[in-house]
Design a protein around this ligand. Structure first.
Ligand SMILES: [Zn+2]
Length: 408
């Protein structure tokens, strides 16, 4: 039993025309007119495939194919169709259209399942226009309230509540008032591991946890010439010690330790002035919560040591924390055995990026399927994936879902 890879590809390309950019990417920000057009197209396809549509109050859309026993909670798949401002054709969109292709295939083959099958797309996964990210699935699982989400504003001051209403996707269902039997999400890897190892399917055992910090080092601005080296309070030099340590900490906890300083602001940022203040971000990740916590402790200890050695003021604040999310063994196994049955090359790949599946996993057994993307690049207009890999991932999705939904 196989899905139709050409039809999947054609649908991906058709959806990618809405908000297409000159460089071959897609700009379809959450709750814009273009998002509405994308939503309408996908919902139209769902209806054509005989599915019924439910929309909840945060604009999550559930497209349902009945089973023979509709008292059973649905086996769900899904992802998102909003994109980054310079996004690609596949991030999120693939997960939604792979689900649609599974249903189209079941229709073609006149296959019935015992449990219903649902294809979801979640509102504002990207978090580009409105913060927080993974908004629709987050409200759905109760990570934060509907009111918090409605109040989120874009740079023009427009709110999620107003924009949902305006595009006609503020539905009646209370978020979360919608059972899920099991949840699968197919996604491009967004990293280089599968391509590097020349494997087609990534079985995803878990998503990394992350800890985000804002760090501020305060020294004293002074003239770069007259101030001798021993009499300086150089905030940047002290900051670079911490920045080096962030990477060193990650390297001490392989293979999944990650440490990144991605944002730096130097004041006054002048060639001949000793920097008086430096603000920078720290991003620590690991797939194991104990190790992530050890990394956190080591960083705080290093900052204490640096503070006393340098005599400079150093403040550190944790601004975000997501624990690692292990996926459900039964769903991971369903993906693994579907991959083996279909004979695709495979390896385990831990996800370093966040996905709606993390929130779905709080409510139901969940699992993910990764396929390679070119050079591991996403959140970029050059994001690319091979049709044969997308087809393979969709076939794995089909068989994993059927194992959970049971054929009749
Ligand atoms: Zn995504």
């Amino acid at each position: 039993m196989q899905i139709n890879g050409d039809r999947l590809w054609a649908s991906l390309m058709e959806l990618a025309r809405i908000g297409a950019t000159e460089k071959g990417g897609v700009k379809r920000l959450a709750l814009t007119d273009l998002d509405k057009q994308g939503r309408d197209l996908v919902v139209g396809w769902g209806k054509e495939a005989g599915m019924s549509i439910t929309i909840d109050q945060i604009g999550n859309v559930f497209m349902r194919r009945d089973g023979t026993n509709n008292a059973l909670p649905p086996v769900m798949t899904g992802s998102h169709i909003d994109t980054q401002p310079t996004g690609g054709k596949f991030d999120g969109n693939y997960g939604v259209l792979a689900g649609l292709e599974v249903v189209r295939t079941l229709n073609d083959l006149k296959i019935k399942t015992e449990a219903p099958i649902e294809v979801a797309f979640w509102t504002n996964e990207e978090g580009s226009r409105f913060v927080p990210v993974m908004m629709g699935s987050g409200v759905f699982c109760g990570a934060f309230s509907l009111e918090t989400a409605y109040a989120a504003k874009d740079v023009d001051g427009k709110t999620v509540g107003e924009e949902l209403e305006r595009i006609g996707y503020k539905g009646p269902q209370v978020p979360g008032d919608h059972p899920i039997g099991a949840y699968f999400e197919t996604h491009i890897e967004q990293g280089p591991v599968l391509e590097d190892a020349d494997k087609v399917i990534g079985v995803v055992p878990a998503v990394m946890g992350l800890s985000w910090y804002d760090c501020v080092v305060t020294g004293m601005e002074a003239h770069a010439g007259p101030t001798p080296m021993g009499l300086r309070k150089d905030a940047l030099q002290v900051s670079t010690r911490i920045m080096q340590e962030v990477v060193a900490i990650a390297n001490r906890y392989p293979p999944y330790g990650r440490g990144t300083v991605g944002m730096v602001q130097v004041f006054p940022n002048s060639r001949n002035v000793i920097p008086g203040e430096v603000k920078f971000s720290i991003d620590l990740r690991n797939v194991n919560d104990e190790l992530l916590n050890t990394m956190h402790e080591e960083m705080l200890a290093f900052i204490d040591k640096t503070r006393s050695e340098s005599g400079l003021k150093i403040s550190i604040e944790r601004v975000s924390y997501y624990p690692p999310c292990p996926f459900h063994p039964e769903c991971v196994d369903a993906v693994r055995s579907a991959t083996a049955k279909l004979g695709y090359s495979t390896m385990d790949v831990v996800s370093g990026a966040g996905h709606d599946a993390i929130y779905a996993a709080r409510l139901a057994p969940a699992g993910m399927i990764f396929v390679p993307c070119k050079d591991g690049i996403s959140h970029n207009e050059i994001e690319d994936a091979k049709a044969e890999h997308l087809e393979a991932g969709c076939n794995v999705l089909l068989h994993a879902m059927l194992e959970r939904a049971r054929l009749v």
